[in-house]
Ligand binder design. Structure first.
Ligand SMILES: Cc1cc2nc3c(=O)[nH]c(=O)nc-3n(C[C@H](O)[C@H](O)[C@H](O)COP(=O)(O)O)c2cc1C
Ligand SMILES: Nc1ncnc2c1ncn2[C@@H]1O[C@H](COP(=O)(O)OP(=O)(O)O)[C@@H](O)[C@H]1O
Ligand SMILES: [Mg+2]
Length: 216
């Protein structure tokens, strides 16, 4: 059960991601249990978790923050992306908060990776208020998603109520936002010309999709 303690406003070192982060994950967006939007009002893009324990034993179950990109070649035009004319399209990088694990509140028997994509950090936060409106995009099932996990926020918990789970996820969004607003983390979103070679490589990996991964 969730400990009855105030939450830290940021997670991870101010100087930037510390080992093992950043961790790269990618995969097509698949169907989950349909609870994110329906029960919680918080859509989460699920990607396959089948190989996670072997490929990334460092990713213990819990809540993390990072940055994501969606393949613009297989997003519909309604999402403001391109329609697949390019061979290698560069994608928009957006902030994200995610859960890896068994969702103890729902007692799942299989592990899932679920990513809630937040609005750009330049926009006001919709989750800074007591009655939040979580970010909702047009559906993008089947689209290739790339994720750079930049830090760990907390373990997964069971909760006394659905409202308590939603309130903790609202705080996760705020912690992710404040954590990513720090200069060393902004470099993964925006190219300010001062980033190290490794950060530039990670950002390039994130935003580049080639023809092979396209759906159409
Ligand atoms: C940031 C974040 C934190 C979460 N933390 C928890 C948690 O502590 N305990 C839990 O049972 N589920 C947690 N969840 C998972 C939600 O219960 C889950 O998103 C919901 O069951 C939707 O699942 P679905 O994609 O299969 O529909 C979290 C989800 C997110 C996005
Ligand atoms: N901000 C968002 N973050 C993640 N997914 C979103 C967002 N807005 C819309 N979606 C869409 O909603 C779907 C997830 O909704 P959810 O209710 O969690 O369903 P599921 O149980 O199938 O994962 C995603 O696969 C995606 O197509
Ligand atoms: Mg989901």
């Amino acid at each position: 059960m969730r400990p009855d303690k105030p939450r830290d406003p940021v997670a991870g070192p101010d100087a930037g991601p510390a080992s093992p982060y950043p961790v790269r994950l990618s995969g097509p967006v698949i169907k989950g249990f349909g609870r994110g939007s329906k029960d919680l009002g918080i859509p989460t893009a699920n990607i396959p978790a089948d190989d996670l324990s072997e490929q990334h034993p460092e990713l213990t179950s819990g809540v993390y923050y990072g940055v994501v990109a969606l393949d613009p070649q297989n997003l519909s035009q309604g999402n403001g992306a391109t329609n697949g004319a390019e061979k290698s399209a560069s994608a928009t990088i957006l902030p994200a908060v995610l859960s890896i694990g068994y969702n103890p509140f729902y007692k799942n028997t299989v592990r899932s990776v679920e990513i809630h994509i937040m609005p750009p950090l330049t926009q006001p936060s919709p989750t800074a208020v007591a009655q939040p409106k979580f970010n909702r995009l047009p559906d993008f099932y089947g689209t290739q998603l790339k994720l750079l996990i930049l830090g760990y926020i907390r373990p997964e918990y069971d909760y006394v109520s659905l409202e308590a789970l939603i309130e903790d996820i609202r705080i996760d969004c705020e912690v992710a936002r404040q954590s990513l607003l720090r200069e060393a983390y902004q470099q993964y979103i925006l190219d300010d010309g001062n980033a190290s070679g490794q950060v530039n490589e990670d950002r390039k990996w994130l935003a580049t999709f080639d023809e092979v991964s396209a759906k159409f």
